[in-house]
Design a protein around this ligand. Structure first.
Ligand code: URA
Length: 433
């Protein structure tokens, strides 16, 4: 078999066999297939797509490219939640402790930022001292003790995805259905969870921009997860506006803490309650309504917040910041963005908001770059809000004032103000079971 022939076959629109897909993944992980052939292959898949059999074969090959995690040492049922990525999407920081506080274990492996989207691991590392690289033994110990632990992807788990993820990020091949499916499900299936809830984002800040695309993505992932023996469920949630008001690492942790105290923004709280309820439902804790009541109670009675504090402590972080978020280091400079005209915020380009946050220092331009954890954006006005010219619509935070010009320009060009109040957009579009 030759990689050249596999690239040509896909370029010409034919379906690949399981053997050909396996040959590519094996050769790429071993370093026998160079990046330039892998990049050509990814672009051919981007343009010609993959059918369900090919997508499943690619997913299983990614899953089998490294070690599988063994969670048999964790007592009780294990549930995971995975988002396809968004802007201001700090749901894991809220739903994981809620679900754990209600007796369902969450042994979570999360990622760093990808493209314009933020990553849970970067957000958690904004907590002073917090460790995301626990050994497998310590990881499982924390899960058993606290009910939840969140760590970064180990080097041995799905190494094919680790290499492909980085290559896709620099070859404009991230937003491609079979590549997203195999990346997410390849990793999820290498872990040892019983149930998986997928949060499939849709809209201008998501990798799948339309509800139709997102629903197809959700159906394929649910189908593949079920065929691997997992209990699966997916929710299509809105990412045509950022979730909540804060974008940026420590800013998002602070918003997650406020949400666990019951003081979170309405949209973000609602999405968290629905996701957590569905995780509990899938884990067999009761009907959806019963699970929703349990979730609301766990927020009201403070047990979910305490579980987050316990997890932070068990992962070597300073839990004082959880109970007093004022202790988070602050950005040195802030800048108010003002509306250039009067009207309604009719639409925002959410990807543009994510990019503005990266320009402030909240994300990386290269893999090696370090992150400014306190940089980011607080939205004062969101889609549907009425504004007068000169009103402050957002506050930008950075430790380098030179970053404000490009971030402000990106933010303004991503905010459309017009005369008509826009129609309400649902927060949850579909549930795929
Ligand atoms: N998250 C992933 O892990 N992979 C993707 O391709 C997109 C989002």
């Amino acid at each position: 078999m030759r990689m050249y022939d596999i690239i040509k076959k896909k370029r010409d629109g034919a379906s690949l066999t399981e053997g050909e897909i396996q040959f590519f993944i094996d050769g790429y992980v071993k370093g026998e297939i160079p990046d330039y052939q892998a990049a050509a292959f990814l672009m051919a898949v981007y343009y010609k797509g993959m059918d369900l059999d090919e997508t499943r074969a690619l997913t299983f090959a990614v899953r089998d490219s490294g070690v599988k995690l063994d969670f048999s040492g964790v007592d009780g049922i294990r549930v995971d939640k995975h988002s396809t990525g968004g802007v201001g999407d700090k749901t894991s920081l809220v739903v994981a402790p809620i679900v754990a506080s209600l007796g369902v274990k969450v042994a979570k492996m999360s990622g760093r930022g990808l493209g314009h989207t933020g990553g849970t691991i970067d957000k958690l590392e904004s907590i002073p001292g917090f460790k995301t690289d626990l050994s497998e033994e310590e990881f499982l110990k924390v899960v058993n003790k606290v009910g939840v632990a969140i760590v970064g992807q180990s080097h041995e788990l799905a190494p094919a995805d680790k290499k492909l993820y980085a290559l896709r990020d620099v070859t404009a091949t991230v937003d491609c259905l079979p590549l997203i499916v195999s990346s997410i499900m390849g990793k999820k299936l290498a872990a040892d969870d019983d149930c998986i809830v997928l949060d499939v984002k849709t809209g201008s800040g998501a990798f799948a921009k339309t509800v139709e695309e997102s629903t197809t993505l959700a159906k394929v992932m649910v189908d593949i997860g079920k065929s691997a023996g997992k209990k699966m469920l997916a929710l299509i949630t809105d990412m045509d506006r950022p979730l909540g008001l804060n974008i940026g690492n420590s800013l998002e942790v602070i918003e997650a803490i406020e949400t666990l105290k019951g003081n979170g923004p309405e949209d973000f709280t609602k999405v968290c309650v629905i996701l957590a309820s569905n995780m509990l439902y899938l884990a067999g804790k009761g009907s959806l309504t019963e699970c929703e009541d349990m979730v609301n109670d766990a927020i009201k009675n403070g047990t979910a917040l305490k579980t987050l504090g316990d997890m932070v402590e068990a992962q070597h972080g300073d839990s004082a910041v959880i109970y007093n978020p004022d202790l988070f280091p602050k950005a040195q400079f802030s800048y108010e963005v003002k509306a250039e005209k009067s009207g309604y915020i009719t639409r925002v380009n959410t990807e543009g908001y994510g990019t503005a946050s990266l320009l402030l220092g909240a994300g990386r331009n290269t893999k090696e770059e370090s992150i400014d954890y306190s940089a980011g954006i607080t939205l004062i006005k969101k889609t549907g809000d009425k504004v007068q010219a000169g009103d402050v619509i957002a506050i930008l935070y950075a430790n380098d004032q030179a970053r404000f010009a490009s971030a402000t320009a990106k933010f303004i060009s991503s905010t459309i103000i017009d005369d008509e109040k826009p129609a309400e957009r649902p927060l949850i579009f579909e549930r795929v079971e």
